[in-house]
Design a protein around this ligand. Structure first.
Ligand code: SF4
Ligand code: SF4
Ligand code: FES
Length: 235
C-alpha cells in the first residue's frame, strides 16, 4: 500500500524557516516501522533528508521525533500505531533548536542531565567485593534505570516550553535514580540541584512526560518521590 509522509524540512544553510515536503512511500503492511519509511525516503527519493538513528530497536534513544503531534521513537512506532489514512506528519522534537531536518540540538538537554551527577558517587573505601544492595533496594531503581535519554519527555513538557531553564523530567528522573540508590553518597548534592525555582517545583504534574515516554516510565511518580524526599529533608 502507499503511504504519504509529510516531513518537516529545514536546512539552516539555505532555508529561512522550516517547511513541509510530502513523499509517497510503499509499505508492505501496517507493521512497517516509521523508521523504515524514513529510510525509504532517504535511500530512494532524497538523500539529503537528515535524521538520527542507531540501534533501530528502541535501545539507543537517538531517533526521538514527533509523529502526528506525539513524541515517539521512529523505530518503535508502527504504521498501525498512527493514523496513516491521511499524510503522517513527521517533525523534529518540539521546543528545542533544530540542527537540520529532524535532528535537534541536544546540548541543553545533556547539560541539565549532567547537573544532577548521573553517576554513582561513593568515596568510602571500597569493600573487598562489590558494594552490595538488597534486591528490594535495587528494585526501587529498575524503572528509572530504563531511561534511554531520547528526550521525548522533556520536549513534551509544558513547563519546559514555558521556561527554558526548567531542568526537565529526564534530569529529575536521573536524580531519583541516584538519590534513592542506597550505595550512593551524593544524594544531598543532587537534591540541592533540583531544589531551585527552575528545578523540581516547576513540575505541575501535567503527565505529558508519562504519555511521551517510549519506555513507559512513570516519570511523575518518580518526581513525586523526589519531592517527598525534599520535604522530609526540610523537617
Ligand atoms: S508531569 Fe511535570 S515534568 Fe511531566 S510533563 Fe508535567 S510538568 Fe513536565
Ligand atoms: S524518561 Fe522516557 S522519554 Fe524521558 S528521556 Fe528517558 S526514555 Fe526518553
Ligand atoms: S534507533 Fe535506537 S532507539 Fe530508535
Amino acid at each position: 500500500m502507499k503511504v504519504t509522509l509529510r516531513i518537516q524540512r529545514y536546512n539552516p544553510e539555505r532555508d529561512t524557516e522550516p517547511y513541509y515536503q510530502e513523499f509517497i512511500v510503499e509499505a508492505g503492511d501496517d507493521k512497517e516501522r516509521i523508521l523504515d519509511l524514513l529510510h525509504q525516503v532517504k535511500w530512494k527519493y532524497d538523500g539529503t533528508l537528515t535524521f538520527r538513528r542507531s540501534c533501530a530497536h528502541g535501545v539507543c534513544g537517538s531517533d526521538g521525533i514527533r509523529i502526528n503531534g506525539r513524541n515517539r521513537l521512529a523505530c518503535s512506532t508502527l504504521l498501525r500505531d498512527v493514523n496513516y489514512k491521511k499524510p503522517i506528519v513527521i517533525e523534529p522534537l518540539p521546543s528545542i533548536p533544530i540542527v537540520k531536518d529532524l535532528i535537534v540540538d541536544m546540548s541543553d538537554f545533556y547539560k541539565k542531565y549532567e547537573a544532577v551527577k548521573p553517576y554513582l558517587v561513593n568515596n568510602s573505601p571500597p569493600p573487598e567485593h562489590e558494594r552490595y544492595q538488597t534486591n528490594e533496594d535495587a528494585e526501587k531503581l529498575f524503572e528509572s534505570a530504563k531511561c534511554i535519554l531520547c528526550a521525548c519527555c522533556t520536549t513534551s513538557c509544558p513547563s519546559s516550553w514555558s521556561d527554558e531553564n526548567y531542568i526537565g523530567p529526564a534530569a529529575l528522573l536521573k536524580a531519583y535514580r541516584f538519590v534513592f540508590d542506597t550505595r550512593d553518597e551524593a544524594g544531598d548534592e543532587r537534591l540541592d540541584v533540583v531544589d531551585t525555582p527552575d528545578g523540581i517545583w516547576r513540575c505541575h504534574t501535567i503527565f505529558n512526560c508519562v504519555e511521551a515516554c517510549p519506555k513507559e516510565i512513570n516519570l511523575t511518580w518518580h518526581i513525586s518521590q523526589l519531592k517527598k524526599r525534599l520535604a522530609e529533608r526540610e523537617m
